[in-house]
Write a protein that binds this ligand. Structure first.
Ligand code: PLP
Length: 384
């Protein structure tokens, strides 16, 4: 023991002497600057590598080129001036229009004039009936048919508050029925789905997607302990996922679609890591109306034990009927193993007014992490 201690000591003394004599040939300033510069270079390299990993080589090079070109004298001020011109143009357009807008409550009530004003303004809106794709999905005219029926039903329940289930039992029942009927349309009756589909109504496709993302995040945290969640979606997926990423702190990877504009399953697989909580497919997606390969995405999700959300906002009330009519529709709903949640818009081809959508979960396990109980005095709050 003593022997090895002494050897180590003499080794250290020798090492110190030879290191000092070697370094004495350099100026102290050089010895100080070299490690600092090395740190700087390492830092630049690390952030460039990070940028390439995040945005890809091409985007990083373009970004680098754009920021270098702005260093040329005059270029930045020219770009800023051009940007300001566009902003000014946009603002001047709206300004004259807004001059007649009311910004304070009138001193005296306007009486019947209010209704006249509203009719007048409504007349200036674009004629959308059947002419503006993606706006409102109700056929007919305001005074007849399905349109008038919806108006009557909505006005009957305009003054309700579904938060108070005990007061508005009718509304609670209708919500449960809409959810059950939608689940039945999307595979809940088939053995392959497990028959446990549950969900609730929301204010629109965006909210359905937001809730599904939050549930998936919480479920994956509970099941796999993932605390730095990431999700992978095709570039063709809806903008609601960007919102979910920001609201719920989920890192978002948008990966390119393949040459047929379908979700590229291989590209998605390449982005999966141990923080991945979810992947997404749309049936169909909003930009191209194309159905992503949901079965392949389901296999991928199952093999990694992660969630798969299917965006049926547009197709949920079309595809089941198209299939019944005999069109060759590939599997897209809870019958596909691996699908954990679905969003489907009642306000689109469900032909109800804007402000109605459904979010569905394969089973209660995924949804239950979303319910929180809060006890305050003798009041119990349940929210999700
Ligand atoms: C309409 C739509 C949504 C959600 O839009 P909302 O206007 O919030 O209802 C999401 N995904 C797809 C594919 C859609 O068509």
């Amino acid at each position: 023991m003593d022997f090895s201690c002494a050897t180590a000591k003499s080794f250290l003394i020798d090492f110190r002497a030879s290191a000092n004599s070697f370094l004495s040939q350099y100026e102290p300033l050089v010895l100080l600057l070299v490690p600092l510069l090395t740190l700087l270079v390492a830092r630049v390299l690390q952030s460039s590598l990070h940028a390439v990993q995040e945005k890809g080589l091409k985007q990083t090079l373009i970004g680098f080129f754009m920021s270098s070109i702005k260093l040329v004298p005059g270029v930045k001020s020219y770009i800023d001036a051009e940007k300001q011109k566009v902003v000014d143009q946009m603002q001047s357009g709206g300004k004259s229009k807004r001059e007649s807008w009311r910004t304070e409550l009138p001193r005296v009530g306007l009486g019947a004039e209010v209704m006249e004003n509203m009719k007048e303004e409504k007349r200036k809106d674009a004629l959308w009936q059947g002419k503006c794709s993606g706006t409102v999905y109700i056929g007919g005219s305001e005074s007849e048919g399905h349109f008038a029926l919806i108006n009557e039903a909505c006005s009957m329940f305009a003054h309700t508050n579904p938060l108070h289930l005990d007061v508005f039992q009718s509304v609670a029942r209708f919500e449960a029925e809409v959810v059950a009927m939608t689940a039945a349309l999307l595979g809940n009756k088939e053995k392959a789905s497990g028959g446990q589909v549950c969900g609730n109504m929301t204010s629109g496709g965006t909210e359905s997607i937001l809730l599904a993302m939050k549930s998936s995040r919480d479920y994956m945290r509970y099941k796999k302990g993932i605390t730095k969640p990431e999700m992978i979606i095709p570039v063709s997926a809806h903008s609601a996922y960007d919102k979910a990423s920001q609201y719920f702190n989920i890192k978002l990877w948008r990966v390119p679609v393949n040459k047929d504009y379908l979700a590229d399953v291989k590209a998605i697989r390449r982005h999966i890591n141990r923080n991945t909580i979810l992947i997404v497919g749309s049936a169909p997606g909003f930009p191209h109306g194309i159905i992503d390969p949901i079965e392949e995405l389901g296999e991928l999700a199952l093999s990694y034990g992660i969630c798969l959300h299917v965006d049926l906002c547009l197709g949920g009330f079309v595809l089941p009927f198209a299939r019944t009519l005999g069109y060759p529709i590939p599997p897209f709903d809870f019958c596909v193993p691996g699908v954990t949640s679905i969003s489907v818009d009642v306000h689109k081809y469900g032909l109800a007014p804007k402000g109605t959508s459904v979010v569905l979960y394969r089973n209660h396990d995924i949804r239950k992490v979303n319910f929180k109980l809060n006890f305050f005095e003798n009041v119990v709050w349940i929210y999700n």
